[in-house]
Write a protein that binds this ligand. Sequence first.
Ligand code: GLC
Ligand code: CA
Length: 600
Amino acid sequence: MPLDGVWLSDEPLWYKDVIIYELHVRAFYDSNADGIGDFEGLIEKLDYLENLGITAIWLLPFYPSPLKDDGYDIANYFGIHPDYGLLRDFKEFIREAHRRGMRIITELVLNHTSERHPWFQMARKAKPGSALRNFYVWSDTPEKYKEARVIFKDFELSNWTWDPETKAYYWHRFFTHQPDLNYDNPLVQKKIMRVINYWLDMGVDGFRLDAVPYLFEREGTNCESLPETHRFLKELRAYLDRNFKNRMLLAEANQWPEDAVTYFGNGDECHMAFHFPLMPRLFMAIWTEDRFPIIDILEQTPPIPDTCHWAFFLRNHDELTLEMVSDEEKDYMYRVYAKDPVARINLGIRRRLAPLLGNNRRKVEIMNILLFSLPGTPIVYYGDEIGMGDNYHLGDRNGVRTPMQWNVDRNAGFSRANPQKLYLPLIIDPEYHYEAVNVENQEKNQASLLWWMRRVIAMRKRFKAFGRGTTEFLFPDNPKVLAFIRQYHNEVILVIINLSRFSQAVELDLSKFSGFQPEDIFSGNKFPPIKDTPYLFTLGHYDYFWFVLKKEEETAPFRKIRHIPHISGNWKTLFMGKTKELAGKGNLTALYENVQILWR
Ligand code: GLC
Ligand code: CA
């Protein structure tokens, strides 16, 4: 039976509607007590992700690798690292995820390999100038391509490293142990097509194209986003479209908006791209209590082809990068978000969401509201849904890659191994200790962040406008309030966010929706109808509203039963005791009230 498409909807634009969860298999759940998470463990936890409302999983690299860069140093493109299980387990994982309607996005690390990759070992032994030697980029001098920046500037001094065996320098944009593949060699291009084919055949739904701007090098340029790179990506896309259905390419291009959009081509390159410059600006907006940084960067962002979509995250497995802000902004961000210099790495800050926001629940909420309402696909980084802490003393970016915290048991329920065996130690910072911050605790408390996240995700999924709609910013006098309209056909959503630590009042010009009535998405509560005059809203500190605007005749005078089917979470536990009894008697109004109580 083919693995792909059996349980998934036949929707080519699925990537516009999904909620993505980013995780590393080794960090999630360890099924065999060796201290390392694995695919069998991940399969056991798919129900958890389903209950959270996740509809796509982005898996960090799981290939055979010496793991000097957390798997981004691949030693074999056609396998699974033995720590994480067998290929059979991976196939089973795809099947189980698809069965739950979840798509799988994996890493295509196409710019470089590990130095241990047989291609590099072969290249070293091959004759200079031969096709095999030229799998990688060699030079007799380190003076070439001087204009290319060094990315891991805390670790590397140059993009060239001397190889005593070949008596030549090899090119690498990242760590020394990650030689760059040479895309000028047609054999390399062919090999990468085979890699793609292999995983897509197995049922993978999309690839994150790691470090995609750096595929080609040309003298006199900064060696980023060159025309040759775009030409190759167009070929890759054409190959994908010719041979597979409903698959997706996501560009990891840490670039300014006008450069990032080039990765969409004319709708004939990548389907998605990360919007890197937005992330630091979300953090700036909330610190300066001003909507300007957000609106400014989105207004500088050129329009994109209809079939394309941005991808947004608040935090991920890397540092919060400050490459895409001005020098003053960078100083500012370091000053307010990384007072301790140890928290800084390369050009960024190695912290998770909750600690960055001082563990302020309301700040965490409005940042997530931004993530879930701005025009792009939201990505939740594992652990951030329960407000996990970090440990920036662990070296490199390991402090944001510690084991998932499931409960108060040994190793936070992540593993039954000797705690000394874990791939990384658990978070025991008193404020974020796994005995307090874990899934089981939050599962039991309806007021927890986890339940809040579930509710927001469930509500978002009720409306197509969040994934597909247009975005129109409103410009009320009060700059501390960000307000915008998302609209898709007749569906109109009004989002209002107070970025300030104090209450605010705001008057919005909603005259073009005169005769409509705002209905709070979370409660179904109706607000007074919109007129031609400015509409006054008041918001508490770090407060938000999601309204659906309905023509007055569409709105019924009472709360509607229709909310019930949209509740996510585990229905089996919802329908117990009193609730089950009411459902059995068909008493829908009473049932609704009861579910509402559970829901809160
Ligand atoms: C990407 C990854 C990062 C990795 C680098 C080199 O930027 O996100 O984690 O270190 O590529 O592969
Ligand atoms: Ca294991």
